[in-house]
Ligand binder design. Structure first.
Ligand code: GLC
Length: 741
């Protein structure tokens, strides 16, 4: 059992070491934050605090009430996700905390404002574009500051272990390198506005079913080589001021009171200098402070406000607990000082260039669209198509968005809201909402001549009859996902699969536009001519979809997650607990006796494409897959195992972007698949570009229990069009190497 004295000494001691050492082998091209200087200023401030002041920053409220008899809000507090009282005497501001990773959360319209509704995170992941991720983060961080928020609860970095996870849309990918780099650059963009970004939910938060009590079983090795590596890379690049711990347990320890995750991995091994905030209603008790938690968020959702009077009394009675309380404050202030929040107060009413942010939303949506099928070049659409039938997906009204705390309202609010759970205080969090901006209008605007008709798709027979009389059909198919609830399977809900099959039987010139939060099965795939995956494309989604359909932009997205041919090909045929338990929403406390286990040791660190490689079961569409209106080739791979170079060439007839993907495919004769580098490049017709990239040695290594080991021997690399279609092998001899982070 870890005692308080040891907990504070371990963290304080290593923290000072951390202050002087950079975080790991960081991508040096990202903006740097000087954590060392911040920490010394933080310590000086804490030394001036009274004991009572030391339990101001350590807890916060959710400044809006869902319970009918909730106490009134403190005066002047913005309704949003969180609020922490500051210490004006010391120049420490209130912490005004807002969601989320996709833009400024609308919290049920309580503020009456709007924000730029960005494409969902998996769409951003599909861009494979680090600089765009930075621009996306910069835009939402600007809006946070302008609206008076100094903490943005963003940086969703959980890996898509199970594509049925209801928050798959909020996360970037199934791969640790892609997720780590994209989330790191996104956080750097957010924090360039002198606001704090979180990275969340630390860690292994891989399903929503039973999220407040599911107990993830996983070995240290498997965790370090997958989910933890994604967070580690993201923290190295983005240097988030705060880490948000997760609801779920890991090997029996609650995510927000985890000696393993918080004190050992994050603070001891990674020497993380910022603060750990809880998720909302995720704090099991006062002892969470001993096990690495620095701040209790949304304390009203817990059984008690542990981190105020109770914590103060404990600290006054025991010097070791007072030392730990000091360190909690040092960490919070280090994050605030390092990101520039201290000394540059935020205030509502700042200027926002919504037109500029819409451009970022449009580019992110466009570059996130993945062209999956294009038979006989049916795309881009022939402008002389005389009659087009558009069906389904509320395409006459808007584009789908994901539910839960990340929900954003752009100007005018949603065009459509489908109530799915109309009871209870949190019902508004679980409504299916469509952002304004209708794909049908965007299509019609490009078809001045000829007819473009629409059918909602409620009656397949009606749509099929009309399809038979049309030159071509564009079907919009939706899969709504939301926080707190997983999807039961990967079929399209509401009979859409049958609708698509019936329409395609009537007219094979059918194109399916998917607005999904993650992978879906496609039983109709061979019956249709074209498929594009648009995900939840945000407020500019209609325009982005039309620009791709009509060839105004060349699709360049690549799948950040594998699309399995069947859920039978996944490590778990069911989401554990889906039958036994109902969704546990924000304010609800789960049944104290509830027990649920999920065993991630089945796949270990072989998530997604790595699992397909290990089992030999090909994906319907593999990680990294994406077609273009051009063709490209990747040749001339040269590597020494530390760096690599290769040539990308546009062999097509128009400008386009491609993603060079470098994979480790064999290690000492053992076949495997690990993405070890990627580069997105835009090329004119006929243009070629030499690409150079560094290989993070952790991707070649095994976690050995206290560090990384590369065994001597032969390592084989190849360029891939995706994780399954790889080119010529390049073998490299590497000598053994052991090191600590
Ligand atoms: C939620 C989410 C978290 C969000 C927080 C505040 O439960 O898990 O992502 O930031 O509460 O809304």
């Amino acid at each position: 059992m870890l005692d308080w004295k040891k907990a504070s000494l371990v963290s304080l001691g290593l923290l000072s070491l951390a202050a002087s050492l950079p975080l790991g082998a960081r991508d040096r091209s990202a903006p740097r934050i000087d954590m060392a200087k911040a920490r010394s200023k933080a310590a000086a401030l804490v030394a001036r605090m009274s004991p009572e002041e030391k339990v101001r920053l350590t807890w916060g409220i959710m400044p809006f009430s869902l319970a009918p008899n909730a106490p009134p809000l403190p005066v002047g507090v913005l309704p949003a996700a969180g609020f922490v009282t500051g210490i004006p005497r010391l120049g420490i501001p209130d912490l005004t905390e807002t969601d989320g990773p996709l833009g400024i959360g609308y919290v049920m319209g309580l503020r009456g404002d709007y924000a730029t509704a960005m494409p969902c995170a998996i769409a951003l992941g599909a861009t494979f574009n680090r600089q765009l991720s930075f621009a996306y983060g910069k835009a939402i961080g600007t809006e946070a500051r302008a609206k008076g928020f100094n903490v943005l609860l963003a940086g969703g970095a959980n890996l898509a272990r199970d594509p049925r996870n209801g928050r798959t849309f909020e996360y970037l990918s199934e791969d640790p390198l892609l997720t780590g780099q994209m989330v790191g650059w996104n956080i750097a963009g957010i924090q360039s506005n002198r606001v704090v970004s979180t990275i969340k939910h630390f860690a292994l938060n891989g399903q929503e079913t039973g999220r407040k009590f599911v107990d993830v079983q996983i070995s240290d090795k498997a965790a370090r080589e997958s989910d933890l590596l994604a967070f580690q890379i993201g923290i190295e690049i983005g240097q988030p001021g705060s880490v948000m711990c997760a609801y779920n347990k890991v090997n029996g320890e609650p995510g927000c009171a985890s000696q393993y995750l918080l004190n050992e991995v994050l603070k001891r091994d990674w020497r993380y200098p910022g603060w750990v905030m809880s998720d909302w209603g995720a704090v099991p008790g006062l002892d969470a402070a001993r096990y690495g938690l620095d701040q209790q968020s949304g304390a009203g959702l817990d059984k008690e406000v542990y981190f105020e009077k109770t914590l103060l009394q404990a600290a006054l009675s025991d010097p070791a607990k007072m030392a730990r309380l000091d360190e909690m404050n040092v960490r919070i202030l280090t994050g605030l000082i390092a990101t520039g929040v201290l000394g540059d107060p935020v205030a509502p009413g700042g200027q926002i260039d919504f037109a500029k942010h819409n451009d970022v939303a449009l580019q992110s949506a466009e570059e996130g669209i993945v062209l999956l099928r294009n038979q006989a070049g049916i795309l881009p659409l022939a402008r002389d198509a005389k009659s087009i039938l558009v069906v389904g997906g509320y395409a006459d009204s808007g584009v789908l968005s994901g539910g839960g705390s990340s929900q954003v309202h752009n100007k005018g609010g949603p065009a459509i809201t489908r109530v799915l759970m109309s009871q209870g205080a949190f019902a508004s969090f679980t409504t299916e909402q469509y952002h304004r901006g209708a794909p049908l209008a965007a299509i019609r605007s490009r078809k001045p001549t000829g007819s473009v008709r629409f059918r909602p798709g409620r009656y397949a027979s009606d749509a099929a009859r009309l399809a038979a009389k049309s030159d071509l059909v564009i079907i919009f198919a939706t899969q709504w996902m939301a926080e707190a609830v997983d999807v039961s399977d990967l079929g399209l809900p509401d009979g859409q699969d049958a609708l698509i099959s019936q329409i395609a039987a009537a007219n094979p010139n059918t194109i399916v536009v998917l607005e999904t939060g993650g992978p879906v099965n496609m039983p109709w795939l061979n019956d249709v001519a074209g498929v594009i995956e648009a995900w939840y494309p945000g407020q500019a989604g209609a325009e982005a979809i039309a620009r791709v359909l009509f060839g105004e932009t060349n699709p360049s997205g690549r799948l950040p997650v594998s699309f399995p041919a069947s859920t039978a090909d996944l490590p778990r045929t069911e989401v554990p607990g889906m039958i036994e338990f109902d969704p546990v929403l924000f304010g609800q406390q789960p049944d104290p006796g509830a027990k649920l286990y999920t065993d991630y040791n089945i796949e270990g660190s072989d998530i997604g494409y790595r699992w397909h490689a290990r089992t030999g079961r090909a994906a319907l569409f593999p990680f990294g897959f994406g077609l273009s209106y051009s063709t490209f080739e990747a040749t001339g791979l040269a590597t020494d195992g530390r760096t690599a170079s290769f040539l990308l060439r546009n062999t097509g007839s128009r400008k386009g972007s491609t993603v060079g993907q470098l994979y480790l495919v064999k290690r000492n004769g053992v076949a495997m698949r690990r993405l070890v580098g990627f580069a997105k490049v835009e090329l004119q017709q006929g243009e070629e570009r030499q690409v150079k990239l560094k290989i993070d040695p952790r991707l070649l290594a095994d976690w050995n229990g206290h560090g990384w080991s590369i065994a001597s021997g032969t390592y084989e690399f190849a360029l891939g069009d995706d994780a399954e279609r790889i080119g010529a092998i390049k073998s490299v001899k590497l000598s053994s190497r052991n090191w600590r982070d």
